[in-house]
Write a protein that binds this ligand. Structure first.
Ligand SMILES: Nc1nc2c(ncn2[C@@H]2O[C@H](COP(=O)(O)OP(=O)(O)OP(=O)(O)O)[C@@H](O)[C@H]2O)c(=O)[nH]1
Length: 259
C-alpha cells in the first residue's frame, strides 16, 4: 500500500482539476519566487554601497534561503504531484495489464467493439472465447497470492502465444481472459479453444514454494450472429457457455447455443 501525505493528495486533486499547462505555469512562477530576494540583493550591491556591513550581508545571505524554505518545499511538493499526475496518465495510456501483459479490459473492449462492427458490416465470421482458470482461489489459499499471480501470468502467455497477429487477447476479469478471433467461425474457434485447454495442463508451472501447479481452464465459445451483432451480446453468450463449462465439471470447452 502506498502512503501519500494529505498535502500531496490535495495538490494532486487540485492539479487534476486543472489543465496541465496551468499546473506548469504555477510551477514556473513558484520556481521564480525564491530567486527574487537574492536577485534584489545582488542588484542593490551592484548599484553601489548600501551601508550594510560584510557581516550583515552574510547574515542576509543566510536568512534569505531560510525564509524561502517554505516556498521551496511547496515547489517540490507541487513537482511531485505533477509527476504523479503524469504517471497516472501514462498508466491509462498503456493498453496492457501489468501482470499478464495482455490488453486491459477497457482496451480489449474498445478494440474488440471495432472488430465486431467491421465483421457485422462485411458479414465475415468472428468468434469469442472466454477462458477462466479453474479453482485459482485454491492455489491462492494453499500457495499464496504470488503463486496465483504466477499462474495467471503463465497461463496468459500460453493463451497469447498461438494466436494470429490480428487476434485480440485481453485480461477480462481477475482470472478470466477473452480472446477475439477475427475471420474465424465456430469450427475454427473450437479447435483453438481445445488446443488452449490442452496446452495449459501440459505447461509445467513451478510455484515459488517449489511445488508444480496442476492447472486447468474452462472455456466458453460464442460466434457472432448477424441478428445479435454487438460485443456485449457476444460476451454474454460466451459467459453463459463458460458458466455451463464450470457447472459441467470444469476443464472443458462449451459452445454457446445458437440464439
Ligand atoms: N493471485 C491472484 N488471484 C486473483 C487475481 N484476480 C483474481 N484472483 C483470484 O481468483 C479467484 C477467483 O475465485 P472464484 O471466482 O471463486 O473462482 P475459482 O476459485 O477460480 O474457481 P472456479 O472459477 O469456479 O473454477 C479468487 O480467489 C481471486 O482472488 C490476481 O490478480 N492474482
Amino acid at each position: 500500500m502506498s502512503v501519500e501525505s494529505p498535502l500531496i493528495r490535495e495538490l494532486r486533486h487540485r492539479l487534476l482539476a486543472h489543465r496541465p499547462w496551468r499546473a506548469c505555469l504555477r510551477l514556473g512562477l513558484l520556481g521564480l519566487l525564491p530567486c527574487l530576494p537574492p536577485a534584489a540583493l545582488l542588484a542593490a550591491v551592484l548599484a553601489g554601497p548600501i551601508g550594510v556591513s560584510p557581516a550583515g550581508l552574510f547574515a542576509l545571505a543566510l536568512l534569505v534561503p531560510v525564509l524561502m524554505l517554505p516556498w521551496l518545499a511547496r515547489l517540490i511538493y507541487e513537482m511531485l504531484a505533477l509527476l504523479d499526475h503524469q504517471r497516472v496518465r501514462l498508466l491509462d495510456l498503456d493498453p496492457s495489464d501489468p501482470l499478464t501483459r495482455l490488453l486491459t479490459r477497457r482496451h480489449f473492449f474498445e478494440r474488440a467493439s471495432r472488430e465486431v462492427a467491421l465483421a457485422a458490416r462485411h458479414g465475415t465470421p468472428l468468434s469469442l472465447l472466454l477462458l477462466d482458470i479453474d479453482r485459482l482461489s485454491a492455489i491462492n489459499q494453499r500457495h499464496g497470492e504470488a503463486a496465483g499471480d504466477q499462474v495467471l501470468a503463465e497461463v496468459a502467455g500460453l493463451v497469447h502465444r498461438p494466436l494470429r497477429l490480428h487476434d485480440l487477447c485481453g485480461r477480462y476479469g481477475g482470472e478470466e481472459f477473452a480472446v477475439l478471433l477475427s475471420g474465424t467461425a465456430l469450427a475454427g474457434a473450437l479447435t483453438v479453444a481445445e488446443r488452449l485447454r490442452h496446452a495449459v495442463p501440459e505447461q509445467r508451472i513451478v510455484l515459488p514454494d517449489g511445488e508444480v501447479a496442476s492447472v486447468t481452464v474452462s472455456i466458453g465459445v460464442a460466434v457472432l450472429e448477424p441478428e445479435r451483432a454487438t460485443l456485449p451480446q457476444l460476451l454474454a453468450r460466451a459467459d453463459e457457455a463458460l458458466r455451463c463449462a464450470k457447472l459441467d465439471g470444469r476443464d472443458r470447452v462449451v459452445a454457446a447455443a445458437p440464439p
